[in-house]
Each structure stands twice: as C-alpha cells, then as structure tokens.
Ligand binder design. Sequence first.
Ligand code: UD1
Length: 418
Amino acid sequence: MQKLIIRGGEKVGGEISVQGAKNSALPLLAGCLLAKGESVLYNCPELSDVFAACRILNCLGCKCKFRDNTVSVDSDVLNSSEVPDGLMREMRSSIVFLGAVLGRMGKCRLSFPGGCELGPRPIDMHLSALRQMGVRITEEHGALDCSCPKGLKGAKINLSFPSVGATENIMLAAALAEGETVIYNAAREPEICDLAGYLNSCGARIKGAGSSTVSIEGVSELHGCEYTVMPDRIAAATLMAAAAATGGELSLLNVRCDDVQSVIPVFEQMGCGVFCCRDRIYISCTKKLRAVKTIRTMPYPGFPTDAQALVMAALTKAEGTSVIVENIFENRYRHVDELVRMGADIKTEGKVAVIRGVKELYGALVRASDLRGGAALAVAALGANGETVLENVKFIDRGYESLEKQLCSIGANVKRIL
Ligand code: UD1
C-alpha cells in the first residue's frame, strides 16, 4: 500500500499549471467510441481512472495510445459491446460508456458500476432515460443487458435531478439516435459543455449545453477530431486550499476563472486575496484565516461537492465556526474522522458539518477513503505541525497527476513511499 509522507509547516508558493480535468476526460474518452476514425485528446491527465477508461476502450476494440498527456483513440473497428466486470468495478463513471456503446453498437452488456465510496450512487436516471430512448434493459445477477431492437430514438427526457453522469450518458446515446432528444433539468457543469464541444467538433448537433435544456439532433455518423480537455476546476480548488492551509501564495496557470466562480468567494471570506484573469488565478493567504458563512454544496453553478472536503481542510484552522451542508452525496464526510485525528474540531450530523477552528493541527497516521477526502487530508497535513503518514494513496491517484510532485514543485515537503 503506497503512502504519502507529508512534513507540514512549509508555505506553498510560486507558479503551477493545473492539470486537465478528470471529470471531462472520462466522458470525452467514452465519446471517442462514437466517432469513427481517430480522435486525439490533448491535456488529458495521466490518472488511474483515465487509464481504466483506456482499458475499457481497448477491450471494445479501439486502439488507444497515451503519451505526454495526449491520448489518441482509433475507434474505426469495434469488436465487442461488453465492458468487463473488473473494469466496471474500478470506477463508477464507467457507466458513461453505456450511452456511447449503445450509440455505436446498438447493444451493450455491463455490470453495475463500482467506486461507490460516497454512499449509494444509483443509476436509475441513466436507465430510465435510455429506456425512453428505446433501449430494452434486463438486469440479472448484477449485469445489465441492453439492446435497442428498433434503434435509438430521440426522446424528451425530464431529469428529476440534474445528474452530471445521466446528462452525459443521454448526450452520448442521443448523438447518433434517430431524431431529436431534449434533456430538461440537465446538469450545467462545465464538463457538460466540454463534452458537447468535443461531440460537436466530431459532427454532432448539440445545443444548449451549460443551460438546463440541452437538445441533441441525432446525426448518422460522427468523425474523429482533435480536442483539448478543459482544465480541472477541482484540482485548482485543491491548490487554492493548499495555499490557504499553509498561509502561502500561488499563481495557478491553465485554469478558467469562470469554472471556479463559486469557490473563490469562500476563500475571500477566509481572508485570502484572490485575483483572476482569464486563465490565471493568483491567491494570497498570508492573513490569519477566518470562518466563513454556511457553505451548501449544490449542482453547478453552486458550490461543488467535490471541493467540500478540500475547503473543510483549510477551515479546520480558521478562527471561528464554519458550517457545511452537503446536499449532493449522502456519505461524503468520511474524511472528518481522519481530520479529527489531526486535532481538528468537527462534528457532523446527517448532511451538516460544524467546524470549530483550532490553533494548530498536528501530523498523524491517516487514511484516505475516497478521492477528494484523501486530497483534503493531504491539504490539512501541509498546514499541520510535524509529519503525517497518509495511507491509501490509490484513491488520490484516481484524480491527481502525482499529487506529491505537484505539491513539491510549489515548496511542500511530500514524498511517496511504496
Ligand atoms: C459527477 C462527478 C463527481 C461529482 C458529481 C456531482 C464525474 C466522473 N464525477 O458524478 O466527481 O461529485 O458529478 O457533481 O464526472 N443520482 C441518482 N440516480 C442517478 C444518478 C445520480 O440518484 O441515476 C444521484 C447520486 O446518487 C447523487 C446525485 O444524484 O446523490 C448527483 O449525482 P451525479 O450528478 O449523477 O454525479 P456523478 O455523475 O456520479
């Protein structure tokens, strides 16, 4: 089991380029299945989840090559419509392949996705939408058998919640369906716009991405294209939290200010200075941190659930009491007990966490149990006195390109041991 050894107390500083977005790269890779011929994705982060997506593509018959943050996918000839169980279990977002495989092959067999560390993560909205589009789905022994005897048909789909994954799955299935699909109450996350941008560059006809109503006029064929994955807004929030936790100053490059618009005011309330200019964010956190007004996680453009644990890690040392309400996932406070081991004063009840700022955190033996919670422990450790041993780094590797190298490049003292 790999561990990070983090010696706290160093202020982070300097310039750092933010990695490409994991949550965009995964649906884009699924999209590559739909587009005949070769697609090339630039700025693709090198992450275990992205490698798992490439293995899924290879299993289906694509030729997927990765080099220097550029991935090329040749999906000219597909020879399977079955996603192996082992790969489905590796990550929950593998469900996004369902819409793409159906769009291209007219059938798909896969098992229920894994990666459910945030509590129950059902896929009922994905399945109901696909059924409305003419997909016949049978579920047995944990496997889903899907086919479209009469082809995929456009449909008007009302989502009961703006699910990111369901919106992406429907867009993928609809791109090659017959007729028009309209998604009402669609997710508005920037990653949805990135997927629409890629698919439209391949010849799809998608309108309204980024708003609550997305319409997709099905086309008969898509062709490969070259596309650049958007910057990772959660990786950006992680670095901002590291600056806050250590009293440091950072210039973030390759970031889009608009994408982090709901996170910036929280750092400003903490007492950090934040300056944005197109693809750069400068954050200076040299003053004592202060508690903030209640943070409520919401679908975009609200405060992102993925940044909740990271901001909490910085708030553990802020003067006063802060409150967080987690509205998106049921089980997203698993980092709290570990932060408490480091000296934090946090109480949770249901969706609510109350964080009373303490003067100091101290290094401890802690364990990641999910991606962002794990990164939050690293952030807290950077601002703690002494050494933290952070176990279960595999969770962090799902979403960060070598977090220890990134942090060392801005002056932190972190090493990985095998
Ligand atoms: C995506 C992101 C994840 C982020 C989340 C919310 C990727 C790869 N992952 O996950 O990092 O935290 O958006 O911004 O992009 N739900 C249902 N039924 C469904 C689908 C979802 O009940 O069929 C529920 C979920 O359990 C959850 C909520 O809806 O409570 C939000 O889920 P969703 O937006 O679908 O998140 P993901 O796409 O899984």
